[in-house]
Design a protein around this ligand. Structure first.
Ligand code: KIV
Ligand code: ZN
Length: 507
């Protein structure tokens, strides 16, 4: 069967979604998941965008061993050099260069002529190729570009060294038949494409990103660009899990395969959701919590008789339902370490000791520990951001006949600082007490709490979104006590604000 490559851009285009920006360690954690998932390329960021982005790409590049790592660059030497420098440590680096090709973008965004665009492609693709053997060239807004001009751009990029060309539907304007037709047109008009990569990159503005991607594959595209859970600018990018499972489930129609280990899909989806704090909608195809639930009696009856009556994908095929009880209070360090290995983690002894201590502490508060609990513990520590403040102690008084008050003690690098505040409910009072310590003005935009596993003693994971200055930040906290997890999330957001302030100062 023909192999279609999966180019994952969760850490670049996905990260551009509001509130989805990820810290270095979070990107590395997600890259680790993507590598286990078996994608062909991990696009780790846009190096020239900021020193923080370059640092994260470099960290991902050195840690990922099996998968190609890409960095985006505009068609100029400065951007390409920044990408190349960030990718230095990668086992398989890929330089991804982009320029717009629609007249709308050429005139109003680039303020160039078509001729200048052709020259810029020739120069930048050749320069990128002189540094790195693997170069992908993207033509932004390709689906609204003049086809003959687009074909000329593709020809030039291939001639001077691009190994793959990418046809993005940047604003989600295309419809499936048109996307397929464009891919067929390019294959017909540009014979130089033979043996080279032909990629597609679709946005979801009309909800057609996945349909357009698989239509492109039907017409001969050799690669699809996508993101886990479909995160991305505006309505998002094409969802990786939907594309992979559509191509696999209907291999009879598409006649292609991917290298993705589908059993890792569910875990990759949950890891991303935990990192970004953006919950997966219950009805989301493939990874939503209802994706395999059968509520109506008729369906349940059919499923009991033969699962195929109402099930086209078995939950186990995407690794759903794997989050069962795995460990308990009698599990020893050895069992815990083996379990971490089975999840694909390779931590040093000191870190394992640290996680094991947290695991034991959780066992005292919770009878049965699921794989989700263990992953939640690891994620909150492994992908931790540098901490200026830590939560030391708190007392909250609340009820429906008294005003809520909170006393919160934070530790700022060894020094204890206490804040006292009244608020509209216990969480509000606790947040105000933190604010009185840090002096940071934060507006709470969103607050959500999710139970990591089942039962009254479950870990509660709080995700918040706050605005400070003109930027949005997320914060996450985990505890069996929901006031504590709320406070941990708020302090986590404070530390993210301070970490990004420091990055800006160093820029
Ligand atoms: O949507 C787009 O056009 C892009 C390119 C940079 C590939 O993200
Ligand atoms: Zn995009």
């Amino acid at each position: 069967m023909r192999k279609v490559k999966i180019f994952d851009t969760t850490l670049r285009d996905g990260e551009q979604a509001p509130g989805c920006s990820m810290h270095v360690e979070e990107k590395c954690e997600m890259a680790h998941r993507l590598e286990r998932l078996g994608v062909d390329v991990i696009e780790a960021g846009f190096a020239a965008a900021s020193p923080g982005d370059a640092e994260a790409i470099a960290a991902v590049a050195t840690r990922v061993k099996e998968t190609a790592v890409a960095s985006l660059a505009r068609a100029n030497k400065h951007d390409i050099d920044a990408s190349y420098a960030a990718l230095k440590g990668a086992a398989s680096p890929l330089l991804h260069v982009v320029i717009s090709t629609s007249d709308l973008h050429i005139e109003h965004k680039l303020r160039m002529t078509r001729q200048q665009v052709l020259e810029a492609i020739a120069e930048s693709a050749a320069y990128a190729h002189s540094l790195c053997p693997d170069v992908e060239y993207s033509f932004e807004d390709a689906t609204r570009s003049d086809r003959a001009f687009l074909a000329e751009c593709v020809r030039i990029a291939l001639k001077v060294g691009a190994s793959t060309v990418n046809i993005p539907d940047t604003v989600g304007y295309a419809v499936p038949a048109e996307m397929a037709d464009l891919i067929s047109y390019l294959r017909r008009e540009v014979p130089e494409l033979e043996g080279k990569g032909l990629s597609t990159h679709c946005h979801n503005d009309m909800g057609l990103a996945v349909a357009n991607s698989v239509a492109a594959v039907s017409a001969g595209a050799t690669q699809v660009e996508c993101t886990v859970n479909g995160i991305g600018e505006r309505a998002g990018n094409a969802a990786l899990e939907e594309i992979v499972m559509a191509l696999r489930t209907r291999a009879d129609v598409f006649g292609v395969e991917t290298g993705v280990n589908t059993k890792q899909i569910y875990r990759a989806s949950r890891t991303l959701s935990r990192i970004t704090g953006i919950p997966v909608p219950p009805n989301k195809a493939i990874v939503g919590s209802n994706a395999f639930a059968h509520e109506s009696g008729i369906h349940q009856h059919g499923i009991l008789a033969d699962r195929r009556t109402y099930e086209i994908i078995a939950p186990a095929d995407v690794g759903a339902g794997d989050e069962k009880i795995v460990l308990g209070k009698h599990s020893g360090r050895h069992a815990f370490e083996e379990y971490l290995q089975s999840l694909g983690y390779a931590f040093d002894q000191a870190r394992i000791d640290d996680f094991f201590a947290d695991f034991k502490a959780l066992c005292d508060r919770k009878k049965e520990i699921s794989s989700d609990d263990v992953e939640a513990i690891i994620m909150h520590k492994a992908a931790a951001i540098p901490e200026v403040y830590t939560l030391s102690a708190f007392v909250v008084n609340s009820g429906n006949v008294i005003s809520s008050t909170a006393t919160v003690t934070l530790d700022r690098q060894g020094e204890k600082r206490e804040g006292v505040a009244m608020g509209d409910g216990p969480v509000d009072a606790a947040f105000k007490a933190v604010e009185s310590v840090t002096g940071l003005k934060m507006k709470l935009d969103d607050y959500s709490i999710r139970s990591v596993s089942e039962g009254g003693d479950a870990l509660g994971e709080v995700s918040i979104r706050v605005t400070c200055g003109d930027r949005q930040y997320i914060g996450k906290g985990l505890s069996t006590d929901i006031i504590e997890s709320s406070l941990l999330a708020y302090v986590n957001a404070v530390n993210r604000i301070l970490a990004s302030d420091r990055r800006d100062e160093n820029a």
